[in-house]
Design a protein around this ligand. Sequence first.
Ligand SMILES: [Zn+2]
Length: 381
Amino acid sequence: MYDLVVEGRIVGLERIFEAQIGIEDGVIKKIKKQGLEGENKITVKNGLIFPGFIDPHVHLREDSSHKWDYKEDFETGSKAAAHGGVTTVIDMPNNFLPSVTEERILEKIKLAKKSAVDVLFHGGVVKEYFNEIKKMAGHVVGYKVYLSETTGGLTIDKNDLEVAVSKLSETNLPSVFHTDETRQTLEELIGISNKLKIHVAHVSRSSSIDTLNTKVTYEVTPHHIMFDENNLKKNKFLTVNPTIGTKSDRLAILNALKAGKVFFLATDHAPHTIEDKENGAMGVPGLDIYGNIVSWLIGSLRLDPTYVAKLTSYNAAKLFNLKGRGEIKEGFIANISILKFEPEKVDSTNHFTKCGWSPYDGMTFPGKLIYTIYKDQVFLN
Ligand SMILES: [Zn+2]
């Protein structure tokens, strides 16, 4: 008798198959065609069972200064993740107190204990703390390198890149680059990708997609998938970094998705209050609507669900070496996201993010997240 049995169409890496999943003590113990008994049972109809989504790029805002907790904190941000089917997030370092040292990372790990899902961390890379890169390695899953301006001012000078790369390569962890998306910068990164595992954050331009091709991995965000400059007039809070592109930029992203060239989806969840947005803050929330976006990728863009499972879970687990995640497999952590194809209109008054609004408010998506299973807990959405 398992604690929980989930049955229905499971999205694997190669195919979709009908089976039962037996869960005990937060672990996937058995996957079988039929015959599993559970104290509780979830039967999925008109839906798909995915490995728990992994969002490798979020800004949950909280640090030991608590100066930005009014925008979001680990509790509200992680609940927004669970609401969207995201069972693992990786938090970015550009806080009020940037996480650029081992001490700061350890403080954040402590603060994140109250989270509803797993919160992992990227270490920040700045010149004055290059000697902390190695010290952070045991506590982070990757590093974030800012080569152009962003919220929090963690930019490093290109002249210091060589030293940074040599320090980073000693850790064997991947580095995520925020770039200006010029051809020159992207080609420089491709040039050093033999020394360091490089991943490019939030690619937003057609030209970047051409330059990167599949030479290094990159991510795209829901807002660059769903919006282009035609939406900017009506939706004045779509101020983000990198900016929303033209229609042809958006089509290039959609084509890269259709061609299977995008490595993963990353929300770049960057909550700001309405007041901060009115004062020009850059970024939009994205965790609560993650399941809606997944339904759009399958229901509207017609991506194969097996590729979507890679985009939303497997590939991030692979890049950041997250053990027991990224697949529905015996012995893996029972992180499971269940999507139903039943239209949903976004209403941010039901969202868990603290910021209190969504750029997707009023939009209708072809499906929604109905259950998020995180280890031994079930969130009913
Ligand atoms: Zn970001």
